[in-house]
Design a protein around this ligand. Sequence first.
Ligand code: 5GP
Length: 185
Amino acid sequence: MRNILFVISGPSGVGKGTMVERLSGSGELIFSVSCTTRAPRKGEQDGVHYFFISEEEFQAHIAAGDFLEYDNHFGNYYGTLRSFVEEKLKQSSVILDLDVVGALNLKRAYPEAVLVILLPPDKDALLARLEKRHSETESQMRDRLARVEYELSLQDKFDYVVVNDRVEETEQRLREIYLQEKNRV
Ligand code: 5GP
C-alpha cells in the first residue's frame, strides 16, 4: 500500500472542512496545514488549522519556491507547503482541504494526487449554508457565491465527483475512494 495525497475540494460552504476533520480524526490521514495571510477565526490555532503568517512571509515563501500551489481568495493568500507535505507523506497519507483552482494546480505539481470535488445537492442548499456562516460580511459572502458557478464548471477535471447530501454517506464514500486509491498498484 502506498501513501497518497488525498485532496478534498469544492466550492466554499460545501462541507470540505467537516469531511477533512472526520477523515483525519482517526489519525490514518494527516491534515496538510496550509499557510494563510488571513486572520485566525475564533477557536483556530496556529500550526493546527493553518500557519497564520504575514504577507511578507508569504511572499518570501513564494520567492523561495516553497509552495506546491498557492492562491489568493478575496485578498488573502493560501498555500500548501511542499516541505510539510513531503515530510508527512513519509509517515502516512495526507489529506488536503483546497479550493477548486488550488486543487487543479496541485495536480500539475504532483500528478499522483487524488482529487475529489464535493458538490452541494443543490445550489440553494449551498446558499443556505453560506448564509449561516456568521464569520463573513455580506459582501464577502456575495463574492464567494459568485465564485461557486465558475468552480462548478471545473468539475470534469477531477478524479472523483461526490455529492455531499448526507454527511455519513459522504464520509463512507470518501473512505471507499481513499482505500481504493491507496491499494492501487
Ligand atoms: P477559509 O478562509 O474558509 O479557511 O478557506 C477559504 C478557502 O481556501 C477554502 O475553499 C479552502 O479550501 C481554501 N484553502 C485552504 N487552504 C488552502 C491552500 O493551501 N491552498 C489553496 N489553494 N486553497 C486553500
